[in-house]
Design a binder for this molecule. Structure first.
Ligand code: DGL
Length: 315
């Protein structure tokens, strides 16, 4: 069973990273629409068109299910996507309900893209909640992430300035309503009072994926991934660095006839497709707007997954 993840850029890797931990023996596809990122400052009509193209591509590559790992594309285009394709399409919505149910005695602050915040879908969702919900668009955070600027003075200054518009001491939780924001959990944690919980909504999305696909996805054993990486190493004679976890991999550039391991990816381009094999028997084929990633781009994906791994425990 092939499951595809789609985002405007590198944000959806946060959902994929968790899927790599949770599931085993799965074939994943990842599509980042790098030619058109950011989505959050475009019109709804444009996002519908781009999302239909992206999911169409993934279905043509054999996807049996698609996770829209992008709150903005979900908000703008989920009904059109479900109408256009027969495979299950799982959307991603800001977890404001979870926040309200768990910490609703205090207000929730939702941070997301301008398009998600202006969307009718969010208005309906928030309208059903009893909890006081504030919202803040943070479009520059998407740009910072895409520029690989995760923890810089400029990022800190931007977040301090934007968050200072709210009475943070009153908050119960901060909801990350954009998958790109997962890269900034450490900076956000530093700025927020310690009682404020950070909620990303990734678990809820993967729970829905599991239930929509019935038994289609196998759960990984409940072991620590570093243990699994070591085992994989022993049985397959593949060298893994057991200190890094989900991002340890074997790289297989089909077109270039290269087979490289872990951090020792050889130079040269893969002309027809790059695939990474992970512990748990999972693999991912990565695409930027329909083009398979080359070796240098795959090395960057490793860095993103490492950063996300470090952000994972922060809540
Ligand atoms: N990562 C996307 C989201 O979750 C969108 C970011 C963007 O392209 O503006 O909303």
């Amino acid at each position: 069973m092939k499951i595809a993840f789609f985002d405007s850029g590198i944000g959806g890797l946060s959902v994929l990273a968790e899927a790599l931990r949770r599931f085993s023996e799965a074939e994943f596809l990842y599509f980042a629409d790098e030619d058109h990122v950011p989505y959050g400052t475009k019109s709804r009509v444009e996002i519908v068109r781009l999302s239909l193209d992206a999911v169409g591509f993934l279905v043509s590559r054999g996807a049996d299910g698609v996770v829209v790992a992008c709150n903005t594309a979900t908000s703008a285009a989920i009904s059109e996507l479900r109408g256009a394709f027969s495979v299950p399409v799982i959307g991603m919505e800001p977890a404001v309900k979870l926040a309200a149910d768990s910490f609703g005695a205090r207000p929730t602050l939702l941070i997301a893209t301008p398009l998600t915040i202006a969307g009718e879908k969010l208005a309906r969702l928030v309208g059903r909640l009893e909890c006081e919900t504030w919202s803040l668009p943070l479009p520059r955070l998407v740009e910072f992430a895409q520029d690989l600027e995760f923890d810089s003075p400029a990022v800190r200054a931007y977040l301090w300035e934007e968050l200072a518009k709210f009475e943070l001491a009153r908050l119960g939780s901060l909801v990350l309503g954009c998958t790109h924001f997962n890269y900034f959990k450490d900076v956000l944690r530093e700025i927020l009072p310690s009682h404020v919980r950070i909620i990303d909504g990734i678990d809820g999305t993967l729970n829905r994926l599991s239930s929509e696909l019935g038994g289609g996805l196998k759960l990984a054993r409940g072991e620590d991934l570093s243990v699994q990486a070591a085992k994989f190493n022993a049985s397959d004679e593949v060298e893994f660095d057991t200190n890094s976890s989900a991002q340890t991999y074997k790289f297989d550039a089909e077109g270039g006839n290269e087979s490289c391991v872990g951090k020792n990816i050889a130079g040269g381009r893969s002309e027809s497709g790059g695939k990474i094999y992970y512990p748990n028997g999972n693999s991912v084929e990565y695409f930027y707007s329909g083009r398979a990633l080359d070796a240098a781009q795959l090395r960057k994906v490793e860095l993103f997954l490492k950063r996300l791994d470090a952000m994972r425990e922060i809540s």
